[in-house]
Design a protein around this ligand. Structure first.
Ligand SMILES: Nc1nc2c(ncn2[C@@H]2O[C@H](COP(=O)(O)OP(=O)(O)OP(=O)(O)O)[C@@H](O)[C@H]2O)c(=O)[nH]1
Ligand SMILES: [Mg+2]
Length: 200
């Protein structure tokens, strides 16, 4: 696949978590002078012109420089709902118009655009029955840095409607193709002040 082929690939960046371990909104934490969400969106924009940021609070991020990014306002399923990334992903996926979507968390400061671009070029060769192609590690699939077929939306909604909340549980019900991760630090996940200190 040509990585610039707008017909084939979009990106969804999730920015709606509580950041309870960090104690402040991770999306706005500055890494090397750049807010983390801006950094991740910049990497996503290196893979596709169609980048969506799914968040319940777009106004919080509208001052960031996010070229070619569009906000998708996430809506709560119920007033008390604490639904997590699976529902944010489903709401984003419902807006996507391409066959494939690159899903990214906003707390991945060491992403490597050239690795993502290399993966995107191989999407044509993913087996037809796979709903996604993801890195696999000892704790299971890495759901928040990988590629999903848009056509998985009905299965995702069915899982959510039955009360499902876990990406791992959902993914374990479907064929997934393994992505080879050449640099493991690329998936370094910045969740706590201690993680942040490691970056500085
Ligand atoms: N849009 C959206 N994104 C979410 C939601 N929950 C988590 N995320 C995103 O999913 C990614 C991974 O989140 P985590 O690091 O597991 O959790 P978190 O809620 O951000 O932080 P903790 O409260 O410390 O667990 C981050 O990019 C979050 O912003 C949600 O309900 N909606
Ligand atoms: Mg995290």
């Amino acid at each position: 696949m040509s990585i610039n082929d707008n017909q084939l690939l979009s990106a969804i960046v999730l920015a709606g978590g509580k950041s309870s371990r960090m104690g402040e909104d991770k999306a706005l934490i500055s890494i090397g002078g750049m807010p983390l969400l801006q950094l991740v969106c910049g990497v996503a924009a290196g893979c596709t012109d169609n980048v969506y940021v799914v968040t319940p609070w777009p106004e919080r991020y509208k001052h960031l420089v996010l070229p070619s990014c569009q906000f998708i306002q996430e809506v709560a399923l119920s007033p008390s709902s604490d639904h997590g990334p699976l529902v944010g992903f489903a709401q984003g996926l419902a807006q996507v118009k391409t066959d494939w979507v690159l899903l990214l968390a906003c707390d991945l400061p060491r992403l490597r655009v050239e690795v993502l671009q290399g993966w995107a070029r191989e999407l044509d060769h993913v087996e037809d029955e796979a709903i996604a192609t993801l890195v696999h590690h000892k704790k299971g699939w890495e759901p928040l840095c990988g590629f999903y077929r848009r056509r998985c939306l009905p299965q995702l909604l069915e899982f959510i409607n039955q009360g499902g909340q876990s990406f791992q549980q959902w993914l374990n019900q479907h064929p997934i193709q393994v992505l080879y991760l050449p640099v493991s630090e690329m998936l370094f996940n910045c969740n706590t002040p201690e993680d942040l200190a490691l970056l500085k």
